[in-house]
Design a protein. Structure first.
Length: 367
């Protein structure tokens, strides 16, 4: 299925947070952003451009600013030989399926969902059912090359194509594509039989991890340094996490590592904040403060320059369970600060899967 995300209007384009909001909502429905077009405003060429697009895509979702909505709605009504009418205080083509500030209409084999988007308001609903001919899953604890070799037989048997992206050294995201109904579901069942606890469905490992913590009522907290609270931020973006998360500590400075987490000044001296001992005691320290079952700790150099005798991109991550079970890894990441921080946070969450695999072995789909 070919689908397009089309954003029209400067107000949407230059608003970074609302643009992220658009991307999130779109991915909730389509699971990915396949193709993206951006236009500052409607113009005299837009009717011809939209008509041309309908020959290339099965579904087009247009997010329009209020200044452009009426013009685009009129263009779509004209192209579909329909009349504009007022429904729920919104101008929509008469034969369209509509809701407040959103409608979906058909132009030959293509469907178009137009949304009237005000950056000061909640986004209107995305309309129109879609039958996706692709899905995603992740493989954990196996390298990408080995995964591809093992998947080769399955892809031939079920006549599907796959694309992969290495998220971490031991975490691979796989997109499976098929044009035959039912094939993907059968393929995914085969993948689960083949890989067992190494596979979980969906694109976001954190959704799966959180679902298991919620299911078992296990609480988690963090002691973060170089990631500056990113783990906590990522967790709280997921609905319902208040049942497993009370808070965490961002101890960016050595003073707060000492005063809030109880790490001795001797450990912290001479670059000791970038040591395995420091991460271990960060974990111990968070257990003294938070009533949690799991703790994660991160420390290292997320910037692009070496620091404290440690190379840029070197991050230490640790995970601990309430029974004292403990695991630590050293990451060597490359990129700018935000990329390194996100990779480190993802790796820290995945460390839970290694520390207590028995807690995360009942695998289900979590998009």
């Amino acid at each position: 299925m070919k689908h397009l995300l089309f954003i029209i209007g400067d107000e949407l384009i230059i608003h970074p947070h609302y643009k992220d909001y658009i991307f999130r909502r779109y991915e909730e429905k389509f699971h990915e952003i396949d193709e993206l077009k951006i236009q500052s405003k409607s113009d005299k060429e837009l009717p011809f451009f939209l008509e041309k697009l309908t020959h290339s895509y099965d579904f087009i979702t247009i997010f329009s600013s209020p200044q452009n909505y009426s013009i685009i709605a009129k263009i779509l009504a004209t192209l579909s030989d329909d009349n504009l009418v007022l429904k729920e205080q919104t101008l929509v083509p008469d034969r369209s399926l509509s809701a407040a500030n959103s409608f979906v209409c058909a132009l030959d084999a293509c469907r178009i969902n137009l949304l009237n988007v005000d950056t000061s308001e909640k986004m209107p609903p995305l309309l129109g059912d879609v039958a996706l001919d692709y899905d995603f899953f992740c493989l954990f604890g196996i390298d990408e090359e080995s995964a591809l070799l093992l998947l080769e037989t399955l892809t031939r048997s079920f006549k599907v194509n796959i694309k992969t992206s290495k998220l971490l050294e031991n975490l691979t995201l796989v997109k499976v594509i098929s044009h035959e109904n039912g094939t993907i579901e059968s393929f995914l069942q085969g993948v689960q039989k083949l890989f067992g606890a190494k596979v979980f469905l969906g694109k976001n490992p954190l959704n799966f991890i959180v679902s298991k913590l919620l299911e078992r009522g296990l609480k988690i907290s963090f002691a973060e340094s170089c990631t500056g609270g990113l783990c906590a931020s990522m967790l709280t973006q997921i609905e319902g996490v208040s049942g497993i998360f009370e808070g965490s500590i961002v101890s960016y400075s050595n003073r707060l590592k000492h005063e809030w987490l109880g790490i001795s000044e001797g450990i912290l001296e001479g670059g000791g904040e970038y040591s395995e001992r420091c991460v271990y005691f960060m974990l111990k320290g968070i257990f003294k403060t938070a009533k949690c079952d799991f703790a994660l700790a991160l420390s290292g150099v997320a910037g692009e320059g070496d620091e404290g005798g440690m190379k840029a991109g070197t991050i230490l991550i640790g995970a601990m369970f309430r029974d004292g079970a403990y695991l630590q890894e050293i990451l060597h990441l490359r990129g700018d600060r935000p990329f390194i921080q996100k990779q480190a946070a993802l790796a820290a969450f995945c460390l839970l899967l290694k520390l207590k695999p028995e807690i995360f072995n009942n695998l289900e789909s979590h998009q």
